[in-house]
Design a protein around this ligand. Structure first.
Ligand code: ATP
Length: 225
């Protein structure tokens, strides 16, 4: 990944959600941790164009991101904190095909891509399942499949394990670890954060630490004490 924040900050009216920051993200995996309301989701949404900077700019893989279409042009995908809200169609296969169709990929090519993406996640069994009947972990995997089918270069995950039991957590963490794509992972799951090579810690809208997982987690524990 090559993500650059240049004096990039976000305000919502009087409220500062993210203090202007200068930062470059490279490598394959970056974790983001911090207390509730510290600015993590705001930071993540900037990279896909769901939130626009109030000051400065952000670019992903050489594309300045000001809107969701810029995010798509830069090859970013986003798995929401509540993945059920991003599945539009009633059946998993239909949801994956819907995204492909919007990109002009149809018929046999789309069917093959759908099957291959579910197989990558070990989730072939979900193809014909109704979305509203899926468990939390299955919804996570279905939402990941819908995003990955579109071949993003970078996937931003917002709290991918927050609603999961141990078994589903293991399934989703393994699926994330196995991704060829670059990934940014916003998480309260410190065991997941600990496995990442670089972790950012946000506090009250400021970037408080940027370095090893151990250092960021130690500082996070002190802030939470
Ligand atoms: N659309 C919005 N309008 C007004 N304030 C907002 C908006 N989105 C976020 N905020 C505020 O910005 C701050 C940062 O929110 P953000 O969602 O980035 O935090 P977070 O670290 O992801 O929190 P959590 O761990 O609870 O998900 C919070 O004070 C939040 O209330």
């Amino acid at each position: 990944m090559d993500i650059r924040f240049a004096d990039c900050g976000v305000r919502f009216g009087e409220r500062v959600a993210l203090q202007p920051l200068n930062l470059r993200l490279e490598g394959r995996r970056v974790g983001i941790i911090g207390l509730n309301g510290s600015g993590k989701t705001t930071f993540a949404r900037l990279m896909i164009g769901l939130t626009s900077p109030s000051t400065g700019s952000v670019s992903v893989n050489g594309v300045e991101i000001k809107s969701p279409s810029d995010g798509r042009a830069a090859g970013t995908g986003f798995v929401f904190q509540t993945p059920q809200s991003q599945l539009i169609m009633p059946v998993v296969r239909e949801d994956i095909l819907f995204g492909l169709k919007a990109r002009g990929i149809v018929s046999r090519e789309a069917d093959a891509c759908c099957a291959a993406t579910l197989a990558r996640l070990g989730a072939e069994n979900l193809a014909g399942r109704r979305v509203h009947e899926l468990s939390g972990g299955e919804v996570q995997l279905a939402a990941m499949a819908s995003v990955l089918a579109l071949e993003p270069r970078l996937v931003v995950f917002d709290e991918p394990t927050s609603q999961l039991d141990l078994k589903n957590r293991r399934i989703v963490v393994s699926a994330i670890e196995a991704l060829d794509e670059d990934a940014i992972i916003v998480t309260h799951d410190l065991e997941l954060a600990e496995s990442l090579p670089r972790v950012l810690l946000f506090h009250e809208g400021r970037l408080e630490a940027d370095g090893s997982a151990r250092d960021a987690i130690d500082r996070y524990r002190r802030l939470a004490a």
